[in-house]
Design a protein around this ligand. Structure first.
Ligand SMILES: [Fe+2]
Length: 268
């Protein structure tokens, strides 16, 4: 599995405390079946983002890995990018500064409670500049939980969506879990990722969520959101065609959610 959202770098945000913690997080991820991690430190009002420093920290973590672990993991660099004015202006001027491995893909973090004004306009401007935004964990945003139609309009217009693996199991509450599954069922989730911050409270695990998605929606869907799509992002390729529409048709459990199914219906 490929984890495109992980606060792995030591001592620079609310993720890993130090290099030893980072090594433990990598080890836990490897044990869970993760083969690639994108280190995505915050860039917001609380945490400054410096690409060169972050690259050096990633190299430090890489060098500290035991040989056996190092042979089973590939590390990359991205950013958990907050949509404030300064960030957006800088990203528009320096396209590769915040993206995953210097590709076109950019993780976009919303606040937990609200949607900043002009969000649609900013997302549009980023796309016009050649960036491909990936919205992180919309299922955890309280405004989008209340107004999922607004989110669906963004997705229909081409916005990519990453759901947190923990949301699938209910770690972030019932509303986040309900929206995560509604999005999954409608084929509106492109990636699962851990958004790991440590090895205890927010651990780097995806396997449980992957198996749950496989159980409810089939292996093709689970592979797409945990392996194929995130690997394409890691390597800077276009996403493969969606397997979800066909899998959704055979998902009997869908019938228990007629409202969401109608709300999020897409032409097949
Ligand atoms: Fe994050």
């Amino acid at each position: 599995m490929i984890d495109i959202h992980h606060h792995l770098l030591p001592g620079i945000d609310d993720g890993s405390r130090d290099v030893a913690s980072s090594v433990a997080m990598v080890q836990m991820a490897v044990d869970d079946g993760i083969t690639h991690i994108v280190a995505t430190p915050h860039a917001n009002h609380a945490y400054n983002y410096d690409r060169a420093r972050n690259r050096a920290l990633l190299d430090e973590v890489q060098a500290a890995l035991p040989a056996e672990t190092a042979g089973r993991i590939t590390l990359g660099l991205g950013c958990d990018f907050h949509l404030n004015f300064e960030n957006v202006e800088d990203a528009l001027r320096h396209r590769d500064r915040y993206t995953i491995n210097g590709t076109e893909y950019l993780l976009i973090e919303l606040p937990d409670f609200n949607i900043p004004t002009r969000t649609e306009e900013v997302l549009y401007n980023l796309r016009v500049a050649g960036l491909t935004p990936i919205l992180t964990h919309p299922e955890r945003n309280q405004t989008l939980q209340r107004t999922p139609k607004r989110l669906q309009e963004w997705i229909t217009s081409g916005l990519l969506v990453q759901v947190t693996a923990g949301s699938v199991a209910g770690t972030f509450g019932g509303k986040a879990k309900d929206l995560a599954w509604s999005l999954l069922r409608s084929g509106s989730v492109h990636f699962l990722a851990t958004d790991a911050h440590d090895t205890v409270r927010r651990p780097p695990r995806m396997q449980e969520a992957r198996l749950e998605v496989e159980k409810r929606m089939g292996k093709a869907v689970a592979d797409q959101v945990c392996v194929e799509n995130p690997l394409a992002v890691f390597e800077g390729r276009p996403l493969p065609p969606s397997a979800i529409a066909t899998e959704r048709a055979s998902n009997a459990d869908d019938e228990t959610h007629p409202f969401w199914k109608r709300l999020f219906r897409r032409p097949v």
